[in-house]
Design a protein. Structure first.
Length: 409
């Protein structure tokens, strides 16, 4: 640090003495040079630490490795393009951290590019933004290379070990338009969110497939099991055909709840406009009932009133009743968070906010990048346990037992 301060002070003194600072541009050039000197000195300090001795130090003769001149390179920084001399060592083992080998962009710009990409800007927009903000040219290929930094993080995240037990797992999908083999097709990104036995929510993973199906969800559940999830107490999902059976085949003890909101939407799409308000009120009487018996009575009332006109709705509710009514088995605090997959739908709305500038994504990898970054932004907000968690935890223990909850009291 003393060397850095000395170098900057000398440069400042020389410029002031020579009378070179006469305008705001001269002052800007001075800051540019001070910044360059600062980086240069920090690179030298990194080399000192790597070798274990300072330049010209007597103890250097005892070391097998030594300095070997400099390599020249230009890097893009927030003050424009900067020429640097990067120290080298004899055995080529020096790996600078400030400006890694083969890197031509300073970390602060890379972080800004990644942040802009996360918040939905296209590569072309980022290129223009960087040029206006920093005065440096950056190709689309360079920007894509920077955003590719997250690929390794994604793979590690997708394969990380999970907790042994999750109290609740919500599962749903979001659809994207993706280019593949010269065509634009729909791809589903399956997302699972778990509530652990400490009351915190966690995105368990994302999986891309061409068509959402129960068979693919079985692969998702198998993946969760392979990553350490031995038990799930309750799942909340849509009413995709075969979904409940897929869950039961992997986690046979799990209580399964079909999302009431999905069921309501699927029901009302068959109702003509003039009947919708009245039919919606009648359906609300079913799922807002205090218990399953009263809910069944309300379902019968709905059938008496609307069954002849909308027989499909009644058939759907009765066919799915066993898994639509699961939430009635639980206390109010738990009911509130399992009767719908709104948690993931809120996540999906956040993802859409970040991807609205990209109506079509170029590849599965691009989908993974933007969804992962969006999920990580959302997960940052999950800093507190579930509301009323102490009460809910006691309820879970009373309902499922201490062992299944994986708790030591």
């Amino acid at each position: 640090m003393d060397k850095l301060q000395q170098a900057i002070q000398e440069e400042l003194a020389n410029r002031l003495k020579s009378g070179k600072i006469k305008s705001s541009k001269d002052l800007s050039d001075l800051f540019h040079e001070m910044y360059r000197l600062g980086i240069q000195e920090m690179l030298k300090a990194e080399m000192d630490e790597h070798l274990g001795y300072e330049k010209h130090a007597p103890e250097g003769v005892e070391h097998t490795n030594s300095r070997n001149g400099y390599g020249k390179k230009k890097v893009k920084s927030n003050l424009g393009e900067i020429p640097l001399e990067v120290p080298r060592d004899r055995d080529g083992s020096f790996e600078p951290q400030l400006i890694p080998k083969r890197s031509r962009v300073m970390a602060e710009i890379e972080d800004n590019v990644l942040s802009l990409y996360t918040h939905g800007m296209t590569v072309r927009d980022i290129e223009s933004h960087v040029r206006e903000l920093y005065g440096v040219e950056m190709s689309e290929a360079t920007i894509s290379h920077i955003t590719d930094r997250v690929i390794d993080h994604i793979e590690q995240w997708k394969n990380r070990r999970l907790e042994r037990v999750y109290m609740i797992v919500w599962m749903d999908a979001i659809i994207f338009k993706v280019r593949q083999d010269g065509k634009v097709i729909d791809k589903a990104v399956q997302i699972a969110v778990g509530l652990n036995n400490s009351g915190y929510k966690e995105v368990l993973g994302m999986w891309i497939c061409q068509n959402e199906s129960a068979a693919f969800w079985m692969n998702v559940l198998t993946n969760l099991k392979a990553r350490g999830v031995e038990d799930i107490l309750i799942t909340s999902t849509d009413n995709l055909k075969g979904f409940v059976e897929a869950i039961k085949s992997v986690y046979p003890q799990t209580k399964t709840q079909i999302c009431i909101v999905h069921q309501l939407r699927n029901s009302l799409k068959f109702v003509v406009w003039k009947d919708k308000k009245e039919a919606a009120i009648a359906l609300r009487q079913i799922y807002s009932a205090p218990d399953a018996d009263i809910a069944l009575t309300e379902l019968q009332h709905f059938e008496d009133q609307w069954g002849s006109k909308y027989p499909y709705i009644v058939k759907s509710w009765r066919t799915n009743w066993d898994h639509l009514s699961t939430f009635f088995e639980f206390p109010l605090q738990i009911r509130k968070i399992i009767y719908t997959t709104n948690l993931i739908e809120n996540l999906n709305r956040g993802i859409r906010k970040y991807t609205k500038a990209r109506s079509i994504l170029p590849s599965d990898q691009a989908v993974e990048k933007v969804v992962y970054l969006s999920l990580m932004q959302a997960q940052k907000k999950w800093t507190m346990p579930q509301r009323d968690w102490p009460i809910m935890l006691i309820q879970f223990i009373n309902l499922f037992g201490q062992q299944r909850c994986n708790l030591q009291l």
